[in-house]
Design a protein around this ligand. Structure first.
Ligand SMILES: NC(=O)c1ccc[n+]([C@@H]2O[C@H](COP(=O)([O-])OP(=O)(O)OC[C@H]3O[C@@H](n4cnc5c(N)ncnc54)[C@H](OP(=O)(O)O)[C@@H]3O)[C@@H](O)[C@H]2O)c1
Length: 411
């Protein structure tokens, strides 16, 4: 690779401006930003006006620029920029999980055809170097599961509700502190975590998923009955993005989960992220750190830029060596379903019920359902669903019994 990295930077917001400062402080890597393209001509900037341009072609058609760093907040515009940059023979570094999750195979092919690198460590879990570790360290078949708290906004909200705040209070504080957007939908409904899970699955198991294929439930539908249930049993609720290989098939989901005190993700609080990797011989390992923010995210972008110095490319060895059809299987999953008293929980497709409760204000059932029913259940806005962080059972391993339990009094 060229010793001189000449960078065209798209975006000068939270991460882009962070990268500018981080790069200035680490001249060691011999990379310089030549041009910055932004969108809004009337915005006040911390740098003089001559640093900025508003025309993407100023970067894309500049043959002296060999690296495009894409840090914009518009995934459609980012798609055009990244495809054009790769086709122009430029290496690309991006942090845009939505763009990457929605077009991953096409972007990989385009980079490969043009013999350039396409790196995106910052797109998943911010500063935590999880993608490169999945590529380089866990590059064999022994990985069995990956579970992550990979959205800081929802982890902050859940930490606060665990400490007694209401959901609305916790969301408001998250917005005031800059952890949540004015429109928090992508975060609180779990879509952001699902984009990141699509990327993790590609590197952990070699499988390509469309985001919509993975059942998703966010934190906005959690009810006080879920939180009470967790508190009384010493559990915490965490939004886990999870993929596990079971009997040659993948189970993948993004959903609130009950986590016990002996699990690595139990103590991951507030805006912090963590990714737990489970492998055959090394057992469980936890990567922990800041999943967002200007400098932490910029540090991951910087690491990708410096990797370009030694021609680094993801090799997707898991995809290349994929022998089995790892498409999703059908499993039985242990869930908690909460609802108000006027909802008939008996209509839900439980294959087994372990526990049920009907109080003065709300009710719940704990039991097993098929993973193929999760999507429909997640779309039912009258119920809350929290999964238990237990290995799902391959469907059919369990007798299909429906056990009615006694209705308990109030808890
Ligand atoms: N913030 C984080 O902690 C974090 C963490 C991980 C990943 N990311 C990802 O990093 C990317 C950037 O996030 P951010 O938080 O830095 O966003 P941001 O603060 O909202 O800044 C977005 C930047 O993109 C520019 N922009 C938007 N549309 C553009 C276009 N069509 N052409 C050129 N520039 C355009 C904006 O220009 P103007 O300045 O002119 O408005 C602005 O400078 C996103 O993909 C995000 O998902 C962010």
């Amino acid at each position: 690779m060229e010793n001189n990295l000449k960078i065209g930077l798209f975006g000068f917001g939270c991460v882009g401006s962070g990268l500018y400062e981080v790069l200035n402080q680490s001249e060691l890597i011999g990379a310089k930003i030549k041009t910055i393209v932004v969108k809004n001509k009337h915005k006040k900037r911390i740098l003089p006006e001559h640093h900025f341009s508003y025309d993407p072609n100023v970067i894309l058609l500049d043959e002296t620029i060999n690296v495009v760093v894409e840090l914009i907040d518009d995934s459609k515009a980012a798609y055009d920029i990244v495809i054009k940059a790769l086709n122009a023979g430029k290496h690309v570094v991006s942090a845009n999980k939505k763009l990457i999750a929605e077009h991953l195979d096409e972007l990989i092919d385009t980079a490969k055809r043009n013999n350039v690198s396409f790196l995106y460590e910052a797109a998943v879990a911010g500063s935590i170097p999880v993608i490169r570790n999945l590529e380089e360290y866990y590059n064999n078949d022994s990985l069995s599961a990956i579970r992550g708290i990979i959205n800081g906004t929802t982890n902050y909200i859940l930490t606060q509700t665990d400490a007694g705040a209401t959901y609305a209070e916790a969301l408001k504080t998250a917005q005031e502190l800059g952890f949540a957007e004015a429109d928090p939908t992508l975060d609180v409904e779990g879509f952001d975590a699902r984009y990141k899970l699509v990327i993790l699955i590609k590197h952990a198991f070699g499988v390509s998923f469309e985001p919509e294929e993975i059942p998703v439930k966010g934190v906005s539908a959690l009810r006080s009955v879920d939180i009470r249930y967790a508190k009384e049993r010493g559990l915490r609720i965490k939004l886990l993005a999870r993929a596990e290989k079971i009997s040659g098939k993948l189970f993948a989901v993004v959903s609130p989960h009950f986590v016990t005190h002996d699990e690595p993700t139990y103590g991951v609080n507030n805006e912090f992220n963590a990714v737990e990797v489970q492998a055959l011989f090394s057992d469980r390992q936890l990567f922990y750190g800041k999943g967002a923010g200007s400098y932490p995210t910029a540090s991951a972008v910087l690491s990708d830029i410096s990797a370009l110095k030694y021609d680094y490319k993801y090799e997707y060895r898991k995809s290349v060596g994929l022998k089995e059809d790892l498409s999703t299987g059908d499993f039985e999953v242990k869930v908690f379903v909460g609802a108000s008293l006027d909802y008939d929980l008996r209509l839900l497709p439980f294959v087994q019920i372990d526990e049920s409760y009907r109080g003065l204000e709300d009710q719940y059932v704990v039991g097993r359902i098929k993973s193929s029913d999760l999507k429909d259940l997640f779309e039912d806005h009258q119920i809350s669903i929290t999964l238990f962080n237990e290995k799902p059972i391959t469907s059919g391993d369990l007798s299909q019994t429906f056990v009615e339990h006694e209705i308990l009094e109030t808890i």
